[in-house]
Design a protein around this ligand. Structure first.
Ligand code: KG4
Length: 336
């Protein structure tokens, strides 16, 4: 089964062709990150306009690279939530038009389900059940993946997402947007143990997380340093910050795996590209005898192959979008 997959939830327009869920024939990505970097973050209207400009060309390029024609397509899968609403609407409307014109099924896909599914592409042997740590720019979730379309949220951030926290901390340290990768590179040069940063606990909830206090602590350190003229050891701050983020994520993911009785742990989303978090996951999983799956960097960030993959399993489960399908800025992963 050949699925044309569309992703436009933030600042990447992506179109892929995926066969039977796991074989990626092509994955075209047009990133707008350079443009948003000028403003220090994603400007929603610019994001929507860029999606409108490139999406048709990108779909043509995808078909041509896959070596197939429009008539060969069996279905269209699209991210319909969550994301920047104007951006998601571009992909949804385009996918709807393609499905309508070709008379093929339309499959709505939750973006974070897609991030988790990126692992099915990277690891052909991977099958649910497993415990997923989904950490991206807009979402931070610990999810028990019981089956491809049967997910249960074990923990979630109560405020900022981990990636959002990386981007904000990077910004006050003078690093470009998106800040996660530059923070990662800077942290490699730090000696660490210089700044004491908070690890929040959400009262009454063992698995929920909160990143706003950590973000504020870094902002305050940077502002105090600039007001008092004190030198900031930016590399050590980047390292201490990343360790704090990792300390909030990794032990909770391990405890959740134990609670759910899972021996496989999957990381997903842009923040899963972080070298310190990856190393902490590797170490703790090895200690507990869990098998860890972390996608290659190319599948951590936003892409359409992951949407085509999850779309295939949603299709098998009977999910279809009608011509009145809408886009949603927010949606629980369990409601999709
Ligand atoms: O998954 P993604 O591409 O988009 C969303 O679905 O949100 O994630 C983007 C996020 C950004 O916040 C970016 O700064 C972060 O992932 N990121 C990283 C790294 N690479 C990207 N965060 C920490 N370390 C990295 N190496």
């Amino acid at each position: 089964m050949l699925i044309l997959a569309i992703e436009s939830s933030c600042d990447e327009t992506a179109v892929a062709v995926v066969e039977d869920g796991r074989r990626v024939l092509t994955d075209q990505i047009a990133s707008q990150a350079d443009m948003h970097a000028l403003y220090g973050g994603v400007v929603p209207e610019i994001a929507s306009r860029k999606h409108v400009e490139v999406i048709v060309q990108l779909a043509d390029a995808a078909l041509s690279e896959a070596g197939i024609g429009r008539k060969d397509l069996d279905a269209v899968a699209v991210t319909y939530a969550p994301g920047l609403i104007g951006a998601v609407l571009v992909g949804v409307n385009f996918a709807k038009s393609v499905a309508y014109a070709l008379g093929i099924p339309l499959i709505p896909v939750h973006h974070v389900r897609g991030h988790i599914a990126a692992n099915y592409i990277a690891f052909p042997e991977l099958k649910p059940p497993f415990l997923a740590l989904a950490i991206s720019g807009g979402n931070t979730l610990i999810v028990d993946v019981r089956d491809y379309t049967d997910l249960q949220v074990i923990g979630a951030t109560r405020d900022d997402a981990a990636g959002e926290c990386f981007d904000k901390a990077a910004r006050v340290l003078g690093l470009p947007y998106p800040g996660g990768a530059p923070m990662d590179a800077l942290a490699q040069q730090g000696r660490g143990g210089v700044y004491e940063l908070p690890r929040a606990h959400v009262s009454g909830s063992e698995f929920d997380m909160s990143f706003s206090g950590l973000k504020t602590a870094v902002v305050n350190l940077a502002h105090n340093a600039s007001q008092t003229g004190k030198m900031l050891d930016k590399a050590s701050l980047a390292l201490d910050f990343t360790r704090a983020v990792s300390d909030m994520l990794v032990p909770r993911a391990m405890a959740a795996a134990e609670l759910c009785g899972r021996s496989a742990v999957v990381a997903a989303g842009g923040v899963a590209a972080n070298s310190i978090i990856r190393a902490d996951l590797q170490r703790t999983c090895a200690e507990r005898g869990y098998t860890l799956y972390v996608p290659p960097l190319s599948l951590c960030g936003d892409n359409a192959a992951m949407i085509g993959c999850q779309g295939y399993y949603e299709y098998l489960a009977g999910k279809r979008g009608n011509t009145d399908l809408n886009a949603y800025a927010t949606m629980e992963i369990t409601d999709a």
